[in-house]
Design a protein around this ligand. Structure first.
Ligand code: FRU
Length: 492
């Protein structure tokens, strides 16, 4: 059964992918050849390469019964598509192979995923195993599920129990799984095993408060820079200042795990990305212990222009980002390999522009990197307009409030969401470093990812109807003091 469904999907992809309309397709981000994608799954370094799987419905550009798509990469920038790894169809996963993770054991690659069944009001989510000898073809384990009702009797709801992230610590395997309390708060369960096949309940790692969401999804738990970090994606987390404006958010809990009790004591909590299109991040450990994170670069419950325009695809992954913990916050930097693909076409040395503004005409590229450092005086506002035509994407910094904002207002197709007011802009507080605002920007056709030197990120998609060609840097007051500026192409 499984083989037939996987083959059917692979045949479809082979036959139909040429029909995809490429106008808005990214080039240096991982995407599926055709169809819908959401969460990254099974992110793992296996036999010298990064493997990244993803929630996948090849047959339409909207969500449907979930398969696992699959790709691999040596440098986290260039991706090679591999055949579909999982398709739904068994009695325990007949309505979807939901999100999960991967781990290597004795040279084999194991996937731990959620089997989703939904019939009318009945919903069951159980954790399942699949294994591969070659890292490409997967067999589902004959005794699936491996974690089910009996493991969470009396403490969890089998209808909301998903997204297992498996890892090894000392000689024990652990899996952290998202769940919901009976009064609709998020909670994370931890299970342990010696062999990946037999699991016992260990603990509730963390439990949410009322304002921290009605359900938590996609947990990941790892040790980094002396801290324990739990990341996850809460649904309907309450807006707090400039954080959690999306209906589906992402959050990091940073603190210390007690491995005796299996509980995380949380020292700090913050949103992971301050954009509109970043969800369900998952990490993997690289060959030198580096912690890399990738997320789905779209958002639930918003319209998707590529679906409405019948372009036969929807969704992309973010750039994989390297993580560190500094002062109890997660900080993100771009993947090192991306700089090797950068060909500089425009650069400026230190200079002061008395008029307070400079236009780089005709300088916008579909695959582009822009980097600048501006000296910001007290009370100055700096505006970087990108892809400027009648409208522009706008990155703005206000020294008075220390707020950095990014706006796609008026640019291209609307992405209408279920949020009460349509969101087209977000803000984040960013301190200056040496009185300077230092920014790195990665644009790929319909996406833009902004990194600050302090490690904050803002991730947005945008679907232009007219291509904006210019860039502009401007200040409201006094001269513009540029310390450095560079821009150029990101080649494939
Ligand atoms: C998160 C999520 C997961 C689930 C998957 C289904 O985006 O809702 O909780 O496993 O997507 O595609």
């Amino acid at each position: 059964m499984h083989k037939i469904e996987v083959e059917k999907a692979n045949e479809f992809i082979k036959k139909r992918s040429q029909e995809v309309v490429t106008t808005y397709r990214n080039r240096y981000h991982l995407m599926a050849p055709i169809g819908w994608i959401n969460d990254p799954n099974g992110f793992v370094y296996f036999q010298g390469e990064y493997h990244l799987f993803f929630q996948y419905y090849p047959y339409d550009s909207i969500w449907g019964p979930m398969h696992w798509g699959h790709a691999k990469s040596k440098d986290l920038v260039h991706w090679e598509q591999l055949p579909v790894a999982l398709a739904p169809g068994e009695e325990y996963d007949k309505n979807g192979c939901f999100s999960g993770s991967a781990i290597e054991k004795d040279g084999k690659l194991y996937l731990v995923y959620t089997g989703h069944v939904e019939e009318g009001d009945y919903r069951r989510e159980v954790q399942c195993l699949a294994v591969s000898e070659d890292g490409i073809h997967f067999e589902k384990y004959a005794n699936n599920p491996i974690i089910a009702e009996e493991h969470i009797a009396g403490i969890g709801n089998i209808a909301e129990f998903r997204d297992p992230k498996v890892f090894k610590r000392e000689d024990t395997y652990y899996t952290i799984v998202a769940s919901q309390t009976s009064d609709k708060r998020g909670q994370m369960f931890l299970f342990e095993s010696n062999d990946l096949f037999n699991w016992t309940f260990k603990s509730i790692v963390a439990e949410g408060q009322k304002d921290q969401g009605v359900m938590w999804e996609c947990p990941d738990l790892f040790h980094l820079d002396g801290k324990d970090v739990l990341i996850f994606s809460p649904i309907e987390m309450k807006v707090d200042d400039y954080s959690y404006w999306n209906t589906s958010s992402t959050v990091a809990f940073i603190g210390e795990m007690d491995w005796e009790t299996g509980k995380l004591s949380v020292e700090n909590t913050h949103e992971i990305d301050y954009g509109l299109d970043f969800y369900a991040p998952q990490t993997c450990e690289g060959p030198n212990g580096e912690r890399i994170m990738v997320a789905w670069m779209q958002m639930w419950h918003r319209t998707m222009p590529t679906n409405e325009l019948n372009h036969l695809w929807s969704g992309s992954m973010t750039l994989p980002r390297e993580l560190h913990v500094k002062e109890n916050r997660l900080v993100q930097t771009p993947p090192k390999g991306i700089y090797q693909t950068f060909e500089e076409t425009l650069s400026m040395d230190e200079q002061t522009i008395p008029s307070g503004q400079i236009v780089f005409a005709d300088s916008v590229l579909n695959q582009q990197y822009v980097q600048f450092a501006i000296e910001v005086a007290e009370q100055q506002k700096i505006t970087f307009s990108y892809a400027q035509g009648n409208e522009a994407l706008r990155l703005e910094y206000d020294a008075t409030t220390a707020l950095l904002s990014f706006s796609r207002t008026g640019v291209g197709y609307d992405l209408k969401g279920i949020e009460k007011t349509q969101l087209t802009k977000r803000e984040v507080r960013v301190p200056l470093v040496d009185n300077q605002l230092k920014i790195e920007i990665f644009r790929d056709t319909s996406s833009i990812e902004i990194f600050t030197t302090t490690g904050e990120t803002m991730t947005f998609t945008f679907y232009e109807q007219e291509q904006g060609k210019d860039m502009q840097l401007k200040t409201n007051d006094g001269p513009l003091v540029i310390r450095s500026f560079a821009s150029g192409k990101i080649s494939e």
